[in-house]
Design a protein around this ligand. Structure first.
Ligand code: PNS
Length: 160
């Protein structure tokens, strides 16, 4: 059984994430969408909401599990879950510059490899940060996020 993990904040999950997760699911038997909490970051949505949105969105895809990463190292999480690869989407060279040290560190810590998937051209501009900014300033983000995320954005500020 080849198990991969797609880790991230997913604050919120968007269509670019979904495309990478779906491609990961076609390469591996199981994909864990591992939702992280970094206490240095300020999130719009609490962890439970980020997990819930990912679950609602991915419910129809087979072989995908959504769960929190927990508070420890991703490398340790991968070791405990028997994960063969971390899968990340790459939109740009700045993504690569951000990801490469983490990929090398994770391999050194646990032997787990990171597989990079080039993002589809029509998702290259998508990021959770930009989507939240556009939404907050009154822009229409309906073509960038799944329905469950749009609903929560429209419902107003999160509780946590
Ligand atoms: O969506 P993000 O915030 O860019 O995701 C970052 C993530 C979750 C991949 C990264 O913060 C992470 O791996 N966190 C777990 C803690 C850890 O292992 N840190 C050392 C990374 S080498």
């Amino acid at each position: 059984m080849r198990r991969a993990v797609c880790p991230g904040s997913f604050d919120p999950i968007h269509n670019g994430h979904l495309e990478v997760i779906a491609r990961a699911a076609s390469l591996f038997d199981e994909v864990i969408v591992a939702v992280s909490t970094n206490y240095a970051k300020k999130y719009r949505f609490p962890l439970e909401d980020r997990i819930e949105m990912a679950k609602e969105t991915l419910a129809s895809l087979r072989g995908i599990v959504v769960e929190p990463v927990g508070e420890g190292l991703l490398a340790e999480y991968c070791r405990q879950r028997g994960v063969s690869a971390i899968v990340k989407g790459l939109r740009s060279s700045s993504d690569f510059d951000y990801e490469l040290p983490m990929a090398t560190m994770n391999r050194q810590l646990s032997g787990v490899e990171t597989v990079f998937l080039p993002a589809e051209s029509h998702y290259l501009h998508l990021s959770s940060t930009l989507i939240k900014e556009v939404f907050t300033l009154g822009g229409n983000v309906s073509e960038f996020v799944p329905r469950s995320v749009l609903k929560r954005l429209l419902a107003g500020p999160a509780s946590g």
